[in-house]
Design a protein around this ligand. Structure first.
Ligand code: ZN
Length: 136
């Protein structure tokens, strides 16, 4: 990499042109970092933006990916949070409404996500969503 300095060229992002373009350095922040640059394309001078690309590359592997399980858990947590702690024991004869919290003997607490038909509801449990019979 060539040395940077006032009057030298540097390729950086121009927000006016929306591209990475050659800029002339007007002011240096320190010996290696430009402070103000002037776009050779549109002539606007603006602050030099430090590139984040190099940093992002090294941390990319550790970036957490939101899995479908995590999404389910988020939905579940949001549903539980909205319920004010009221739960109903799951029973095939009971009619459940959307948003209600079901206490299932096998799956634990679940949030009624939607009614599929008169006798079927989709319930989100912490790690799995299930279609349950109800209102029989
Ligand atoms: Zn420009």
């Amino acid at each position: 990499m060539s040395e940077l300095g006032v009057g030298k060229e540097v390729v950086t992002h121009c927000s006016k042109c929306s591209h990475d373009l050659a800029h002339i350095i007007e002011v240096m922040a320190d010996t290696t970092t430009p402070l103000r640059v002037k776009c050779k394309t549109c002539g606007a001078s603006h602050k030099f933006k430090v590139k984040k690309a190099a940093k992002a590359k090294s941390t990319r592997a550790r970036k957490p990916r939101v899995s479908s399980e995590q999404k389910l858990m988020n939905l579940w947590e949001a549903g539980i949070a909205k319920s004010k702690g009221e739960t109903s024991k799951y029973n095939i004869k009971t009619k459940f409404n959307i948003g209600e919290i079901v206490d299932h003997p096998k799956f634990g607490l679940g949030v009624v996500e939607k009614a599929l038909d008169a006798n079927k509801i989709e319930v989100i449990f912490k790690t799995v969503s299930k279609v349950l019979m109800h209102n029989k």
